[in-house]
Each structure stands twice: as structure tokens, then as C-alpha cells.
Ligand binder design. Structure first.
Ligand SMILES: [Zn+2]
Length: 284
């Protein structure tokens, strides 16, 4: 699997509301040279601290990914990270004037569109590739995520199973190509289970949730908008499992390597996904 490093063709920006904390945050994306990696720059803080998008900066993973370097934090990076992984962007500087990455419509669509608008530029140098030669497994109770050898490239498989509640079992397999990512995975939106609504409120999270950036799945299978509770249309019949793959793509990209292998997950969330990313980063 030979693949070369990429960045964006020109500077571009966007702004929006962070789903967990609320408040408008602006992002400004800048092309970056070969081997410089992906980093966030908190332009709203003194001395503009830089936070690398790497597992070593991980600081938390409750329902979203939190990165920290010294006192600077960046959270909810996973859908943006997934968009960059899907488009093969390895080097970029992301100026941000707040703590949380905007949610867009709850999927990675906004970021894919922005990067495609800016253009993707080949920098020539090889990407670091990690070939899975032995199974690497992390699990917790009935949740698991593993990387196993797969010669053809990179493939993701996910099984979502709430044992009859919320939604019927959904399994989805997808070969990871730019085209498949942009068409089949990037548009899948964030969802919350109705059983978490109270916990979110208690933790003071979800301040930026709107009817346009997430969907709620109720125990009886109904799917609604989160605020008005009006029925919500799904973008794919199995949008939920596709979003779980979107999250894994973003989470594993924090290992900063292109994986050659098959990722097989069942009921895993950010917590397990980043444990696998850490293991891969340690071996690679
Ligand atoms: Zn997500």
C-alpha cells in the first residue's frame, strides 16, 4: 500500500456551534509542510498554544475526544479527524478560537466539503503505514474493537446491537477508500440514546445540541430531533452504524499512521477506539 502525504491547497475557514459546550467557534485551516502532522492552535489563548492531533495528547473520551497540551484543550475533534483521514490529509494547521470543534450537521460532511473546496495537494513524501500482522484486541464487557490482518487495504466492520431496544441489530462493512468514505460514511450523523439525555443535562453537556446537528434514538425505536422531538428522517436506513464507523475512523487517525488491516468492532465507543489507537501507535 503506497500512499503519499497530503495537505490542503489553500487557507480556508468555517465557524459553527460546539455540540457539548455551545457557543460559536471559528476554525481556520492552513496548509502545512511534509511530515509536520495535524495540529490545533488555540489562537484565543496567550502564546497561541499548539495541541497535536495525536494519541499522546489524549486527555478524555466521554462521548467525544478531548486533546490537551499543557493548559490548552481541544474537544470533539473526531468528526473533523475522520474527514481528514477520509481525504488523506496528513499535514495541516488548524487555528481555533475556542475549545470545541463546531458540530456542523453532526456528521463529517461540512469538513469534507470545506477541504474539497480548498483542494487536496500531494506533498510527495510517503505516509507512514502500519501493517497489521497479528490481531490487536481491546474489549470491555460486550464491547470490543480489534485490528486483524487484511491484505487488500483497510476495511471497517461494525455491529451495533442493543438486544432489541432502540434499534434492530445493524452490521455494516465498508472498504476504506476516499470515495466510499465521502459517500457512505461522512454524511452519517451523531445520535444520542434517549437514556443519556438526563445524564448529559446533569453533566452540563449538550448545550449546543440543536435539531440540526444530532438525532435521538428512543428505546421503542422511534427516531426524533433532539429539541423539538419531531420525527427525524434518516439519511441511510443504517445511519447509526455508519456513524459508529465514522467515529472509529476519526479515533484511529489519532495514531497518525495509515493502517493496513481490517477493523472489526462491536458496540465500541471512543473509549475503546482510542485504546486501540494507542496500541497501534505504540507498535507502529
Ligand atoms: Zn460521532
Amino acid at each position: 500500500m503506497v500512499s503519499t502525504q497530503k495537505t490542503i491547497g489553500r487557507e480556508i475557514g468555517c465557524s459553527g456551534i460546539g455540540m457539548f459546550r455551545g457557543g460559536t467557534v471559528s476554525l481556520h485551516f492552513k496548509p502545512a509542510p511534509l511530515n509536520s502532522g495535524i495540529s490545533f492552535v488555540r489562537v484565543d489563548l496567550p502564546n497561541r498554544p499548539r495541541v497535536p492531533a495525536h494519541v499522546r495528547a489524549l486527555s478524555g473520551n466521554y462521548k467525544r475526544i478531548l486533546l490537551k497540551h499543557e493548559d490548552a484543550e481541544i474537544e470533539s475533534v473526531e468528526h473533523l479527524m475522520a474527514a481528514m483521514a477520509g481525504l488523506g490529509i496528513d499535514n495541516i494547521e488548524i487555528e481555533i478560537n475556542g475549545q470545541e470543534v463546531p458540530a456542523g450537521d453532526g456528521s463529517a460532511q461540512l469538513f469534507v466539503e470545506i477541504f474539497r473546496h480548498a483542494g487536496i495537494v500531494d506533498l510527495g513524501g510517503k505516509k507512514k503505514v502500519f501493517i497489521v500482522k497479528m490481531p490487536i484486541i481491546v474489549s470491555n464487557g460486550n464491547a470490543s474493537v480489534m485490528a486483524v490482518p487484511y491484505e487488500k487495504g483497510l476495511m471497517f466492520s461494525y455491529t451495533l446491537d442493543f438486544h432489541g431496544a432502540f434499534t434492530q441489530q445493524q452490521t455494516y462493512d465498508v472498504e476504506f477508500t476516499e470515495e466510499n468514505f465521502c459517500r457512505e460514511i461522512a454524511p452519517a450523523r451523531t445520535f444520542g440514546l434517549s437514556s443519556y439525555i438526563e445524564e448529559f443535562k446533569r453533566l452540563g453537556l449538550g448545550k449546543g445540541v440543536t435539531d440540526d446537528n444530532s438525532i435521538i434514538v428512543h428505546e421503542d425505536g422511534k427516531i426524533t430531533k433532539p429539541i423539538s422531538m419531531k420525527p427525524a428522517e434518516l439519511r441511510f436506513p443504517n445511519e447509526l452504524v455508519r456513524h459508529k464507523i465514522l467515529d472509529i475512523v476519526g479515533d484511529l487517525s489519532l495514531a497518525n499512521v495509515l493502517i493496513q488491516g481490517r477493523i472489526i468492532a462491536k458496540m465500541s465507543g471512543h473509549s475503546l477506539n482510542v485504546q486501540l489507537a494507542e496500541k497501534i501507535a505504540n507498535i507502529a
